[in-house]
Design a protein around this ligand. Structure first.
Ligand SMILES: [Mg+2]
Length: 390
């Protein structure tokens, strides 16, 4: 079996969107001038889909959501020629070929995300070629089904946040992640608002359920040091990405500061990036996304590393590619889960592009033992709502 062609297309959403509140989540831009403008324009409204076809007619699907148009250019110009004509079963060699050929200017960020998309499509081919789901090629089933935590609870009116928490509590979820709306620029009033929002959600879900707190890199070390002791009484399962991804010392310092575990990794890349985080004890929960970190080839190795360090892996974003990794390793106790809803920020857009994404039941997702590959197909229902760039 040889790879015959690689096609990368950008799906640009042009359908209806429901804009969330401007400060629905703190973010790295908040520390700059005019923070009120940042999240109000923060969107992931396009996605790159990669289709790799083999000479015996198997088509593998991969995807990348980071800087999709640039990822497409990298795939078209640099990565496709490196894998065309090659045997997809030589996936480790092909991964190293892509990684090393782009090393001078790649390594992390959008290049690694582009490599991830190609790698995902290759693994989809491998599964399809032997009629096995990808998780069966990685270690198989380690769980009856995958526990997942409900992830959204963007900062908005507190009554609305409580109603949202109640709705998904009623659907059987036992773990919830909420976003902070405020950071250092909002001074003490923002601290008060942040605490009020945690209290409001805890009021609904009680203390028999897990609560995760998301900063999305919108704080700094000084602000996090003020917030963490105040948050301890709410017993969060973790505090996510308090500072920018490059501040590994900051993560390490905060992770030793209180009883609250610090999580991160959705903006970290490759085995080397995670070895650094783990060596420095910078995170207590690893949250790579398979479609950024280097695909399944890299994520599988990071799972082994995390197992050895006894640090749980709870991948970013839900999505099928991550569920296969969670299913196949004991290092991963659960998955994130975004529900399908109207298009807002774009986190939910994959539901509009792919058929086959599992829907949570009672707080669990299930993978089919008999669906080959990743188990996704391209959806036709919303095609009219996308502009597709060939
Ligand atoms: Mg996150």
């Amino acid at each position: 079996m040889k790879i015959k062609s690689v096609r990368a297309r950008v799906y640009e959403w042009k359908g209806k969107t429901v804009p969330p509140q401007g400060n629905f989540c703190s973010n790295a831009m908040d520390l700059l001038y005019a923070p009120q403008e940042t999240m109000s324009t923060f969107r992931f409204h396009s996605w790159t889909v990669v289709e790799i076809e083999t000479d015996d007619g198997i088509v593998g699907l991969g995807n990348v959501a980071l800087a999709p148009a640039i990822a497409k250019a990298i795939i078209d110009q640099y990565l496709a020629p490196l894998v065309i004509g090659q045997d997809p079963w030589d996936y480790e060699y092909l991964w190293q070929r892509m990684y090393r050929a782009t090393h001078a200017w790649g390594r992390k960020g959008v290049t690694m995300a582009a490599i991830s998309a190609v790698d995902l499509a290759i693994w989809d081919i491998l599964g399809k070629s032997v009629s096995k789901p990808v998780f069966k090629l990685l270690g198989g089933r380690t769980k009856e089904k995958i526990p997942c935590y409900y992830s959204k609870l963007y900062r908005t009116d507190l009554k609305e946040m409580q109603a949202e928490a109640q709705k998904f509590l009623d659907q059987g979820f036992t773990a919830f992640k909420m976003r902070f709306g405020y950071g250092p620029a909002h001074l003490q009033k923002g601290v008060t608002e942040n605490l009020k929002s945690v209290e409001a959600v805890r009021e609904v879900i009680g203390y028999d359920n897990d609560l995760m707190l998301e900063c999305y890199m919108g704080w700094n070390v000084e602000y996090a040091k003020r917030m963490l002791p105040k948050l301890e009484k709410f017993q969060p399962r973790w505090l996510e990405e308090p500072v920018i991804a490059d501040d590994i010392d900051g993560y390490a310092e905060l992770n030793q500061l209180t009883s609250i575990p610090i999580s991160g990794g959705e903006h970290e890349f490759s085995l080397y990036g995670f070895k650094q985080l783990l060596d420095r004890k910078a995170v207590s929960v690893v949250q790579y996304d398979t479609n950024r970190v280097g695909g399944i080839t890299a994520a599988h190795k990071i799972n082994a590393l995390c197992e050895a360090y006894s640090v749980p892996v709870i991948p970013h974003a839900g999505q099928m590619h991550n569920y296969h990794l969670t299913m196949s390793t004991l290092a991963s106790p659960m998955s994130e889960y975004f529900p399908m809803h109207d298009v807002e920020v774009g986190n939910e857009l994959f539901y509009y592009i792919f058929d086959g994404e599992p829907v949570a039941e009672n707080g669990f997702v299930q993978l089919d033992d008999h669906k080959p590959g990743l188990g996704l197909t391209l959806k036709t229902e919303y095609l009219k709502d996308f502009n597709i760039v060939e």
